[in-house]
Design a protein around this ligand. Structure first.
Ligand code: SAM
Ligand code: F3S
Length: 448
């Protein structure tokens, strides 16, 4: 098969990462290039998300349009992957018989084989198994387009929070071998990558096998990644409060490459709700992590995930969340109203709070975090920030755009500065979502 593939990605950064790998797999195995629209494609892939009901419904609504597209282009193949595929399996083909292949998050590397089998037999193919971490052994070498890259270090989740489908759709926690991760980061650094974002549902649960038969934990991995020539900035997504060890906090004093930003999902500020969610920590334990982190790295910025309106959440529970938000000065959030997910323990809990009340709580929480983020941005005006230059600015080709260590986008006039260099920039003004600045200078690579 040659031709074009259109990949539609729903949901999290994991799925974004998987879609990029999928494009690489299809280019290597079938010579497919990417299409901008499904109308121009020979293969359409949906990489789906089922973390909330809305995301799942959108998949089926959009899939309906593929049926029409197939009528005008009978050669078109349609494949569905990701978490909805994992959860629904063959039921997708029953509901939408025009779907040719269903594959899961751990079988994306098998898509070329599944497509071939579909062509040979004329029958829709379904493979949503969890063949441990085989996926990584079958992916083409890492490649990148910019100075910042994601590297997956583990798959799945074994935490079983009572509201979440991920442990069922992506399988249990499995870490990539230590040497494989280090080799991939080194390869990316050779291609000019300066910032890596280590990716996993709970990166600090990482336990990667080493070549001498041992196991390396997440902090060990960080220390080694920081040693790789060219890697000047390290981020990770997402960590979990339960395994946020003293050693990991300590790394913030000894590893300058660790960025001044942590995304640490808390979900709620109420111990009653946290227990019902089966999160495995209290509001005090979470605060203690943040207090120690800020002691190790003063000024570190903190973002989080919140679920508002979990079954049984009272006004007092929500006020406890608001108190936590204010006291810890969160800078950003992924926050949503609770969505009931079939098959999860929380789906059976009694829930009497009206949706309108939940939406109003969410609005208050987001307004407060926006206010705090704005104040943090304004407090940066006048400071000099080290920015990793990523690309020409979207609005003005004369300007470059990059990110600060605390994860803010800065646009500044910098004709001649190449992507991948670091720049010291004085922040001159704070806009709603970005900062503006003036170039002071560009540090030598060795000092970045
Ligand atoms: N590993 C992360 C952690 O430590 O919690 C979270 C990964 S989860 C896929 C991403 C976010 O989706 C969660 O933090 C949670 O806020 C949200 N989420 C998961 N299930 C949800 C549900 N049923 N309703 C609303 N939000 C949900
Ligand atoms: Fe979901 Fe909790 Fe894991 S939110 S991804 S079960 S840590």
């Amino acid at each position: 098969m040659s031709g074009k593939v259109f990949i539609r990605t729903f949901g999290c950064q994991m799925n974004e990462y998987d879609s990029a790998k999928l494009a690489d797999v299809l280019a290597a195995a079938e010579g497919l290039t990417t299409a901008e629209r499904p109308e121009d494609a020979d293969l359409v892939v949906f990489n789906t998300c089922s973390v909330r009901e809305k995301a799942q419904e959108k998949v089926f609504a959009d899939l309906g349009r593929m049926k029409e597209l197939k009528r005008s282009n009978p050669g078109l193949m349609v494949a569905v992957g990701g978490c909805v595929a994992s959860q629904e399996g063959a039921a997708i083909v029953t509901r939408a018989p025009y779907v040719d292949v269903v594959f899961g998050p751990q079988t994306l590397h098998r898509l070329p084989e599944l497509l071939a089998e579909r062509r040979r037999t004329g029958k829709s193919q379904v493979d949503i198994s969890f063949p441990e971490i085989e996926k990584f052994d079958h992916l083409p070498p890492a490649r990148t387009e910019g100075p910042a890259a994601f590297v997956s270090i583990m798959e799945g989740c074994s935490k079983y929070c009572s509201f979440c489908v991920v442990p069922y759709t992506r399988g249990k926690e499995v870490s990539r071998p230590f040497d494989d991760v280090i080799a991939e980061v080194a390869q990316l650094a050779d291609q000019g990558v300066r910032e890596v974002n280590l990716l996993g549902q709970n990166v600090n649960a990482y336990r990667g096998a080493t070549h001498d038969g041992g196991l390396a934990d997440f902090t060990e991995l960080l220390l080694h990644v920081a040693e790789i020539d060219g890697i000047a900035r390290i981020r990770y997504t997402t960590s979990h409060p339960r395994e946020f060890s003293a050693r990991l906090i300590e790394a913030y004093t000894s590893v300058p490459q660790l960025a001044d930003h942590v995304h640490l999902p808390v979900q709620s500020g109420s111990d009653r709700v946290l227990a019902a969610m089966k999160r495995g920590y209290t509001n005090l334990e979470y605060r203690s992590i943040v207090r120690r982190l800020r002691k190790a790295r003063p000024g570190i910025s903190l973002s989080s995930d919140f679920i508002v309106g979990f079954p049984g959440e009272t006004e007092a529970d929500f006020e406890a969340t608001m108190k936590l938000v204010e006291e810890l000065d969160f800078d950003d959030s992924y926050s949503f109203v609770y969505s009931q997910r079939p098959g999860t323990p929380a789906a059976d809990l009694h829930d009497e709070t009206p949706q309108t009340v939940k939406l109003e709580r969410l609005r208050r929480l987001q307004a407060r975090i926006d206010l705090q983020a704005r104040a943090i941005s304004e407090s940066m005006v006048g400071s000099v920030q080290r920015v990793l230059v990523e690309r020409p600015s979207r609005r003005n080709a004369e300007e470059m755009s990059g990110r600060t260590s605390n994860n803010r986008t800065v646009n500044f006039p910098a004709a001649g500065l190449a992507a991948g260099t670091f720049a010291d920039v004085t922040i001159t003004s704070a806009l709603a979502h970005t900062l503006r600045g003036e170039l002071v200078g560009s540090p030598a690579m060795a000092d970045a």
